[in-house]
Write a protein that binds this ligand. Structure first.
Ligand code: AMP
Length: 469
């Protein structure tokens, strides 16, 4: 097994790594660090939770270390590394990582993203900064104000490229790339590689080395997946029941829409379960406060949308609940990536109503796993029938649901019967391959990342919200 000592990192970085308490590099770090140190372009198939930030941040810091200086002159601190991320939260976390890993090196780091005043960012840029982490829209705003010189960028990182695509940022990204000097190192990371991203890789990367790891949460036994079949109108009651009966102290709950997230958080509070919502309509300050309250244990339930939760680094999360299934299987993988981290076990619980059967089938096909079903007494598909107070409209929906119920549950009374096996399909490189070390300059070790077809664009999930920074 590779150790950090094997990776030829300078002592300043070794010390910072030790301070973080990391004992060994993650697979993506073991693969990417030597390649980036060697100056090669990288196409990285990895998502948040794999340790990918350190996989690019550590070698970038090492490559920039010779430029480190304590001069007050802005001219001595040009932007040498530019990291683009799709969301504010991820940008903030990436910058935090650069600061933590670079704490023993006099290199300046700053982050710029939308939703907060520009002035403090402008001041930071004006005084000089070697490492700049940014979301695309705000970076272009600074460029328009002529506050930005990117002519000395040596390393460019495009993080979560597929999410950039989903959020409609690729044109902005291309405009930014056009502002960079032609001779530079490029690193692109993406969890999936739809055609658009492949095209971008072809135009951006020069003779890249491919490094990739399976998103360990998708296949790891550390995450226990479970589906609770439940009528849509009983989901909230079931959630409260699960939280109370299992004494769940900290849970991240996913909703499909911002409105739904707000409503659920409000109703949970009304039910006596302390909850906060985090989504794109909230100000940056509100999001940070909700996240901090959650991390500190002041709020037990954080209700989130996919975009808001993207890149959130919440350690030791024992439970993730899909109150509604996401529109794409990829988002399911991203969601459950919030649990089962760092060797800890986690549970991914999905409350699935009959209208979500198709989504569930797609998810099972993608993760190549049958998710066990469990019916909680009083909340199963027949639960709604018991209520004599149901209005007409619900009654009709229930009829439709009942017709569909056996597909989901394998018979209403049967407990936890797995669904039929998903049809076999060609090995999926993201989910089925073991970790592969790609040697620099050794094409045999460099595994191509196969394109994966996206079923539906997340932009649709966002309701056309394109510039959510
Ligand atoms: P990332 O995929 O970059 O978002 O990282 C996910 C989490 O893994 C972060 O909390 C990191 O601090 C943590 N991490 C990164 N590298 C290591 C490592 N080598 N050992 C243990 N934890 C790590």
């Amino acid at each position: 097994m590779t150790t950090f000592a094997d990776l030829s990192l300078i002592p300043e970085l070794q010390r910072a790594i030790a301070d973080q308490g990391y004992t060994a590099p993650t697979p993506i770090q073991a693969q990417a660090i030597p390649v980036v140190l060697a100056g090669r372009d990288v196409m990285g198939g990895a998502q948040t939770g794999t340790g990918k930030t350190a996989a690019f941040a550590l070698p970038i810091l090492q490559r920039l270390a010779p430029h480190a200086n304590t001069s007050m002159s802005p001219a001595r601190h040009p932007v040498r590394a530019l990291i683009l991320t799709p969301t504010r939260e991820l940008a903030a976390q990436v910058e935090e990582s650069f600061r933590a890993y670079g704490k023993y090196l006099p290199l300046r780091t700053t982050v710029v993203f939308g939703g907060v005043p520009m002035d403090p960012q402008t001041a930071a840029l004006r005084s000089g900064v070697e490492i700049l982490v940014a979301t695309p829209g705000r970076l272009l705003d600074h460029a328009q104000q002529k506050m930005l010189n990117l002519q000395q960028v040596e390393v460019f990182v495009l993080d979560e490229a597929d999410r950039m695509l989903d959020m409609g940022f690729i044109p902005d990204v291309k405009r930014i790339i056009a502002m960079l000097p032609p001779k530079r190192q490029n690193l692109l990371f993406s969890a999936t590689f739809p055609d658009e991203i492949r095209k971008l890789c072809a135009s951006l990367l020069s003779n890249p080395v491919t490094v990739q790891v399976a998103p360990k949460h998708a296949t790891a036994d550390l995450v226990e997946h479970r589906v609770y079949p439940v009528p849509r109108e009983r989901k909230r009651d079931l959630l409260v029941h699960l939280i109370r009966s299992r004494d769940i102290r900290q849970v991240l709950v996913f909703c499909a829409t911002r409105l739904g997230a707000n409503r659920l958080a409000y109703q949970l509070n009304r039910d006596g379960v302390h909850a906060a919502a985090i989504h794109g309509d909230k100000s940056q300050q509100e999001r940070i406060e909700a996240l901090e309250a959650f991390k500190a244990g002041k709020v037990g339930v954080l209700v989130a949308t996919d975009v808001a939760a993207r890149g959130l680094d919440i350690e030791d999360l024992p439970f993730v609940v899909n109150f509604e299934l996401p529109n794409t299987p990829e988002d399911y993988v991203h969601r459950i990536g919030r649990t089962g981290r760092a060797g800890k076990t986690g549970q991914a619980v999905s409350l699935v109503s009959p209208d979500e059967h198709e989504k569930l089938a797609e998810i099972e096909k993608t993760i190549r796993k049958e998710i066990p079903r469990e019916i909680v007494a009083g909340f199963g598909p027949d639960a709604a029938r018991a209520s004599s107070l149901m209005p007409e409209r619900t009654e009709r929906r229930r009829d439709r649901r009942d017709r569909e119920a056996p597909r989901l549950t394998g018979g209403a009374a049967a407990p936890a019967k797995p669904s039929p096996k998903p049809p076999a399909k060609p090995a999926d490189p993201i989910f089925s391959q073991p970790y592969q070390a790609a040697e620099p300059g050794a094409p045999a070790g460099a595994k191509p990342v196969e394109p994966r077809k996206r079923e539906r664009q997340v932009a649709a999930l966002l309701g056309g919200l394109r510039r959510q920074e």
